[in-house]
Design a protein around this ligand. Structure first.
Ligand code: EPZ
Length: 457
């Protein structure tokens, strides 16, 4: 079995999936209410931020996903105590006894996660050393960490490449510096934030990512005692402080999960109330959802996404950094675009290879052509470099059932949506990967009336 599938099977088993295959009888609308909890791409970083505090932290609305388990395991091998709090989804993180961990233990817990790279700043501050195994993450490009290593070196980290990964030390401590990112990388921006808050002196970050998850991490760091400003020109300035306390924080909701269920409502002709979803962080998605022909109602406690009837319309989408259309939103939406009357175009400008999932959709009857040209309003980093990063989707096409192997997190959710909207019975395997980012998705599918069986149950 390939390493990804092993990882997924293990992840799936950990979240109650006996097998990692589900058999879906498609063609029925998804209808009902589900709740989204804290954002995977904030919560995992908030857990790492707790390492910086001199006192325990409390994090609320933590989703039941395997990426959280990975970070919990990594924190515990570093001596951090992680306990369940009083309310569901609450974690108490106590970094009092933080200690170095062995590379083999880090590697054993990291699995395919890229999160270990973000442990470096906090561990260098507290212990003067950090280790990173070779990193994984979804296969959606080669996922380099060059920006991260350049950032840490600029703060004064000494980086030593080992056969099994990387060892870092900070003999002179970490000192604030000026950094200009070549691309508004979310991870590299988090790397700067988690390192600069305890560095000596000031740090100025130009070309930062300002996604809502980044802003919520800044909220957390400010609660801990950090001094951080975000200027209109995406320049983030941090004044290093001598110590930080723990925090108490309720995580921002997962807008990627909310957008995925919205796409599922559209593709299955359904009606899904996503409890916990908020309009401000989904503004760009809501505009596109409406242009495709979806309808939504904003409530105080969530957003109702539904197919109002009639034909879906094609759209031209160009993914971008916030406040643009998130790259994580395009995969689920592409399934709905296969049902739109006309030709849609998606120009993926954030990752060079994020259309691997369309192969299964084409096998199911979708009409999707992939191009290496920049099919959007402006050329991106991947143009003229043979990266297949634009998709032309012609619809409507009838999707028929198929046997599918899930390739990655968001592509995997798209495959679920496709199987749910296709006529006939599909077998979707390797679904454990989906539990990396979609908490209790089997329960949620049941709540929405999906007709399926988890093999082995
Ligand atoms: C975060 O990944 C998210 N993951 C991704 O979500 C999300 O798609 C991405 O940000 C963009 O919004 C988490 O937060 C765990 P980047 P990250 O650094 O930080 C290149 C999901 O499905 N780059 O902004 O890894 C990189 O190759 C995941 O939830 C370098 O070249 O994204 C990519 O082309 C998928 N060198 C671009 O920058 C580096 O050192 C954006 O990456 C780092 C990144």
């Amino acid at each position: 079995m390939n390493p990804l599938a092993q990882d997924a099977r293990a992840a799936g088993a950990r979240v109650g999936l006996t097998g990692d295959t589900i058999t879906i009888n498609g063609g029925q609308p998804l209808k009902g209410r589900i709740e989204v909890k804290g954002a995977k791409n904030l919560v995992t970083k908030a857990m790492v931020a707790a390492l910086l505090g001199e006192t325990p932290s409390i994090l609320r609305d933590v989703p039941d996903i395997s990426d959280v388990r990975v970070v919990r395991g990594l924190l515990e091998v570093h001596g951090v105590k992680v306990a369940l709090g009083a309310e569901p989804g609450e974690l108490i993180l106590d970094p009092k006894d933080v200690e170095s961990a062995h590379m083999v233990d880090i590697d054993a817990h990291a699995g395919s996660s890229r999160i270990p790279i973000l442990f470096c700043g906090p561990l260098l501050h507290r212990l003067g050393e950090a280790f990173i195994p070779d990193l994984g993450g979804c296969r959606i490009g080669d996922r380099p960490i060059d920006f991260h290593l350049e950032v840490l070196a600029k703060f004064g980290a000494v980086i030593e490449k080992l056969p099994s990964g990387i060892r870092m030390t900070a003999p002179e401590g970490l000192v604030g510096t000026k950094i200009e990112l070549p691309y508004p990388s979310v991870g590299a921006t988090e790397q700067v934030l988690l390192t600069a808050v305890r560095a000596t002196g000031k740090t100025e970050l130009t070309g930062a990512a300002i996604e809502p998850e980044i802003m919520d991490l800044i909220n957390i760091l400010q609660k801990m005692g950090a001094i951080i400003s975000v200027d209109t020109d995406r320049v983030i300035r941090i004044e290093g402080v001598d110590s930080l306390t723990g925090y108490t924080h309720r995580a921002l909701f997962d807008r990627n999960e909310a957008a995925s269920w919205a796409a599922a409502a559209l593709a299955t002709n359904g009606d899904i109330f996503v409890g916990g979803a908020r309009q401000p962080e989904m503004l760009t998605f809501l505009n596109v959802f409406r242009k495709v022909g979806g309808a939504f109602d904003i409530h105080d406690d969530g957003i109702r996404f539904y197919h109002p009837g009639g034909e879906l319309s094609p759209v031209v989408i160009e993914t971008d950094v916030h406040p643009g259309f998130m790259t994580d939103w395009q995969q689920p939406l592409v399934v709905a675009l296969t049902q739109a009357h006309g030709v849609s175009i998606v120009h993926e400008t954030v990752y060079e290879q994020r259309f691997g999932f369309v192969e299964a959709l084409i096998d199911m009857g979708a009409n999707i052509q992939l191009q290496s040209d920049c099919l959007g309003s402006h050329p991106c980093r991947f143009g003229q470099r043979n990266f297949v990063h634009s998709a032309i989707i012609s619809g409507p096409t009838t999707l028929h059932a198929a046997d599918i192997v899930v390739p990655d997190l968001r592509g995997g959710f798209s495959h679920l949506i496709a199987a749910l909207s296709a006529e006939g019975t599909s077998r979707v395997s390797n679904v454990g990967i989906i539990s990396r980012g979609y908490g209790d998705f089997i329960t949620k599918l049941r709540q929405l009336g999906a007709n399926f069986v988890v093999e082995g149950e």
